[in-house]
Design a protein around this ligand. Structure first.
Ligand code: GLU
Length: 209
């Protein structure tokens, strides 16, 4: 279980997210990744250090005032670029970062494969985002409702953050058994594994139960 940090507000997200990942490095990790919301969800990820991710995005478009970032400690699937988070849903409409373990991922995964979903990674996490996507399409509900329904089908521990290109002004976060804090600033919101990426910006920090 490693680190997550997310931001939504008026500022450029990238510098806040990268700084946040550095603050979470003490937790240990094997890969790092980031998603920035623009007209599309832009995902960049790398095996190795946060500094290697910074190097990788040097010539990339990192604009966007909402985003999320992750450091992974692999539990399901090797520490590779493909298995690093974030993970997209089909058609790159949604993206997820996750700390923790989905225990019943194998049965969920085969059900989703039967329904036509294609998996790019070996992670338990990718199951979650296809499941949420599938539920939202079938139920024609709001994303947060789809997340609630999906999490009721999941056994395990998680802290997750989800972004949607259809709803760029929203961060969806949920936790069970993995830590997560929310920071509320002036017109801006933060989510992180602990308060270290947030306290520089706001003292208004809520530890989620
Ligand atoms: N179980 C997930 C994976 O292996 C998340 C691991 C983590 O907490 O970093 O990708």
């Amino acid at each position: 279980m490693c680190g997550i940090v997310a931001y939504l507000g008026p500022r450029e997200a990238y510098p806040i997210l990268i700084k946040g990942l550095h603050r979470l490095e003490y937790r240990g990790y094997d890969s790092a990744g980031i998603c920035l919301v623009d007209t599309d969800l832009k995902i960049y990820k790398q095996k190795g250090k946060v500094s290697e991710l910074e190097q990788f995005v040097m010539d990339k478009d990192v604009s966007g005032t909402a985003g999320m970032a992750h450091t992974r400690w692999a539990t399901h699937g090797e520490p590779t670029q493909i298995n690093a988070h974030p993970h997209y849903s089909q058609n790159n409409r949604l993206a997820i970062i996750h700390n923790g373990i989905i225990e019943n991922y194998a049965s969920l995964r085969s059900e989703l494969i039967n329904r036509g979903y294609q998996f790019l990674s070996d992670t338990d996490t990718e199951v979650l985002i296809h499941l949420i996507d599938d539920i939202q399409k079938n139920e024609k509900c709001e994303l947060e409702e789809a997340v609630r329904i999906a999490l009721n089908q999941v056994i395990g521990a998680y802290a997750i953050v989800i972004l949607s290109k259809d709803d760029p002004n929203k961060i969806i976060a949920a936790r069970k058994g993995s830590p997560m804090v929310i920071g509320v600033g002036k017109d801006e919101f933060f989510v992180a594994s602990d308060a270290t990426p947030i306290i520089e910006y706001t003292n208004n920090v809520v530890f989620m139960n």
